[in-house]
Design a protein around this ligand. Structure first.
Ligand code: HEC
Length: 137
């Protein structure tokens, strides 16, 4: 009887320690990706930096910006938007000059929300999109 209890205690301790080491393994597995993050200067760190840099400096063309953000309204004249390749709908707007027109897009104008809904557009991307639209006329 005495030995049986002792055996039970040993068995329980053993099981508990097994459980603990399993839990430790699980935790180690979970934090492994963090531990394997590249140190600056290593090959993989360079790859990450290159991706970020190229997307940050990669200026989209006027056509890309137009298609992604502006076409929704300007292809069909939604909410009274001057239409792409439709000079009549633009009226005297082209005379206002590219800078003024781009400024209007940046600030928003009546039915047009600020930035023409291209929230991550750089100034030169908006200008390129406006130029692309003017070139279509
Ligand atoms: C939600 C619809 C919508 C989107 C998206 C939109 N526009 Fe417009 N845009 C309009 C409307 C409506 C007008 C006419 C505003 C007015 O004159 O009352 C307008 C006017 C303009 C004008 C003439 C501004 C002026 O001074 O008369 C330009 C240029 C222009 N948009 C360029 C763009 C560009 C570039 C984009 C994309 C980056 C864009 N728009 C996205 C609705 C939109």
């Amino acid at each position: 009887m005495k030995y049986q209890r002792l055996f039970l205690i040993i068995l329980t301790t053993f099981i508990l320690s097994l459980g603990a080491s399993e839990a430790k393994k699980a935790i180690e597995k979970r934090i492994a990706p963090v531990g394997s993050v590249c140190v600056e200067g290593e090959e993989c760190a360079k790859a990450v930096v290159t991706t970020v840099a190229s997307s940050a400096s990669g200026i989209r063309s006027g056509e890309e910006v137009y298609n992604n953000a502006c076409a929704t309204c300007h292809s069909i004249g939604l909410a009274g938007a001057p239409k792409f390749a439709d000079l009549a709908s633009w009226g005297s707007r082209p005379d206002e000059g590219i800078e003024h027109l781009t400024e209007q897009v940046k600030n928003g104008l009546n039915g047009m929300p600020p930035m023409g809904m291209c929230m991550d557009c750089a100034d030169e991307e908006l200008t390129a999109a406006v130029q692309y639209m003017l070139d279509s006329l």
